[in-house]
Design a protein around this ligand. Structure first.
Ligand code: SAH
Length: 212
């Protein structure tokens, strides 16, 4: 799977290729883990397609350097948070937040089983909560990945980005685009639209549970 993503030039850098190689998607997705497609993981959530994880990690690569502190909003399966933890390494910290407690517990038990050092050393921290508010205790972050679509500009999350810092997030209600927000060292934010996508929305927990 990782070789194919590299062959298709979706992932280009050694950092991303070795992070994706070191985290086995099968630990986080029971069904067809090595297919390049999203998979349903319950409670209205899907683990994103590997190529989207690849684009996200490449897009955030400069802000996933060893020792950095990063946030994954809508962490779902926990797979991408684990890849981010692999990139920031033993002196870094990856925080994953999801509002569905069952998903957070499942991701935590996979991490404790297969990557116990990251959990024990606090390199990875999985939190239950509304990710639209980010996670203030560890803010500001070098980068923020958002795995569910924001209806509009994610102001609260932008306020939790370092200067400089970068965010990768799907934005839009009906038609969505990946937007990369870049905060420069003066705190000025610029945005770049990358591609059209279809992510599940950032919602209220109750709405997500009622719907599915
Ligand atoms: N990156 C994850 C994507 C999971 S799908 C993965 O690849 O596994 C999107 C996730 O966003 C779901 O797990 C859903 O529960 C979560 N989500 C939606 N709205 C949220 C909110 N307001 N706060 C936190 N998580 C949210």
């Amino acid at each position: 799977l990782v070789d194919n993503l590299a062959k298709q030039k979706i992932i280009l850098s050694d950092q991303v290729i070795s992070a994706m190689r070191s985290v086995d998607r099968a630990h986080f997705a029971k069904n067809n883990p090595y297919e390049d497609a999203p998979q349903y993981i319950g409670y209205g959530a899907t683990i994103s397609a590997p190529h989207m994880h690849g684009y996200a990690l490449e897009g955030l690569r400069d802000y996933l350097k060893p020792g950095m502190r990063v946030l994954d909003v809508g962490s779902g399966s926990g797979y991408l948070t684990a890849c981010m933890a692999a990139m920031v390494g033993a002196n870094g910290r990856a925080v994953g937040i999801d509002h569905i407690s069952e998903l957070v517990e499942t991701s935590k038990s996979a991490l404790s089983q297969y990557y116990p050092d990251w959990i024990n050393n606090n390199n990875i921290h999985m939190v239950i909560g509304d990710g639209r508010n980010g996670y203030p205790p560890d803010a500001p972050y070098d980068c923020i990945h958002v795995g569910a679509a924001s209806p509009g500009e994610p102001t609260t999350l932008l306020s939790q980005l370092k200067s400089p810092g970068r965010m990768f997030i799907p934005v839009g209600k009906y038609s969505q685009q990946i937007v990369v927000y870049e905060k420069d060292s003066n705190g000025t934010v610029k945005q770049k639209k990358l591609m059209g996508v279809a992510y599940v929305p950032l919602t209220n927990e109750g709405d997500q549970r009622d719907f599915f």
